[in-house]
Ligand binder design. Structure first.
Ligand code: FES
Ligand SMILES: [Fe+2]
Length: 377
């Protein structure tokens, strides 16, 4: 058991990877670059309880997160500079200090060493640690790992989770993905896989004919697809009591990527020939945070819009959406992407994927992300 006082959300028996498995020692990935001066989701706010110190590996950095006495969140490197013991094994002391469990060095919320109980009690520069900016927004803890000033305005707008009634929004899900975060963005921005990997639940081959539209705006990429008249996927069938819409309808999906790895999808269906507002659907929120070069923290939730069912059903639907999406990600996407990572790692060169028209979205985001990483460096 890792030295983490938070076991993470109790979901389908999968817990956050605390210390990554270091048997992954393949060649370095050309892709394994992280944008540092941007916001990543460290965890849902509700997971960080007062009095706890929680470990996360984020962008290959060990990070200790805890709540200060005023309730705001501190994040410092989770490695004592003396003998490299995780500070998350230590204790919280008054004044927002963390005390190392091994020899009692104390650190403030800004990462500075504030007490050395030994000998002359001198505090050298080598005893200070990096600290990271953390803010709470949209029920999430956002962390900024870079050295430039954190820009609050660049947190993507996920206000739908602040506004949706509880019965219309699922719990947060979590998966520890055994792949580079880029493979997960490729997957989410590639709407065509829904018709095959998730046939029956989230889509079906009926909707595979049209190529997605891709739009690029202010370093965001949106991929959309539309079907004029297609079989209604299982998820939407349960959102409505209307047998006509349960059978077929007009469908649309659009997903937007925000640098570096946060996404927001809107999915809806209405009866053929009727206005879209008469239909129903959900917003699907995806947050990917690189853990290591080959592992990713994946958080997700979903909020329904234009809810047409009563609250008794909504309670049930809320659980079902959660279960169906968790099944789709954990049992359908994850095995494919983890196997893709292993297969790519088996090559003695960088993979050079053959391109299809459906890759337009993934190509666009990768160009933007590479540009932002190059600018940062
Ligand atoms: S290892 Fe932390 S004080 Fe020695
Ligand atoms: Fe998928």
């Amino acid at each position: 058991m890792a030295p983490d006082s938070n076991s993470g959300p109790a979901l389908i028996g999968i817990e956050p990877t605390i210390y990554p498995e270091n048997e992954l020692t393949q060649r370095p990935l050309a892709r394994a670059k992280f944008l540092k001066n941007t916001w990543y989701v460290a965890m849902p706010s509700e997971e960080l309880k007062e009095g706890e110190i929680v470990h996360r590996t984020l962008l290959n950095e060990p990070v200790a997160l805890y709540r200060k006495e005023d309730g705001s969140v501190a994040a410092i490197r989770d490695m004592c500079p003396h003998r490299q013991v995780p500070l998350s094994m230590g204790t919280l002391q008054s004044g927002d200090r963390v005390q190392c469990i091994y020899h009692g060095l104390q650190f403030g919320a800004d990462g500075k060493c504030v007490r050395n109980p030994h000998g002359s009690q001198k505090i050298s520069d080598a005893l200070h640690l990096p600290a990271y900016r953390v803010v709470e927004k949209h029920r999430l803890l956002w962390i900024w790992m870079g050295d430039k000033p954190a820009d609050l305005d660049t947190i993507p707008d996920y206000s739908v989770i602040d506004e949706a009634p509880k019965l219309h929004i699922t719990d947060f899900g979590y998966l520890s993905a055994k792949c580079h975060y880029g493979l997960m963005i490729d997957n989410l921005l590639d709407l065509s896989h829904i018709c095959f990997t998730h046939a029956g639940i989230l889509g079906n081959p009926d909707t595979a004919e049209t190529d997605p539209d891709v739009t690029v705006e202010d370093d965001t990429v949106t991929v959309s697809r539309y079907s004029e008249d297609a079989e209604t996927p299982g998820m939407i069938k349960m959102f409505t009591d209307d047998p006509e819409l349960q059978a077929r309808g007009e469908q649309w999906t659009s997903i937007t990527w925000f640098p570096a790895s946060n996404l927001l999808l809107n999915f809806g269906a209405c009866k053929v020939g009727e206005p879209r507002e008469s239909g129903t659907g959900y917003m699907a929120l995806h947050w990917l945070t690189p853990e290591t070069d080959r592992t990713t923290h994946y958080y997700y939730c979903a909020a329904r819009w234009n809810v047409q069912t009563d609250d008794e059903r909504n309670k049930e639907i809320r659980e079902l959406i959660y279960k169906m999406r968790t099944f789709a990600f954990a049992d359908q996407d994850m095995p494919v992407i983890a196997a893709q990572q292993v297969a790519q790692d088996s090559l003695d060169h960088e993979p050079n994927p053959a391109k299809l028209s459906i890759d337009a979205g993934p190509n666009e985001y990768e160009k933007i992300l590479n540009k932002l990483i190059a600018e940062e460096n």
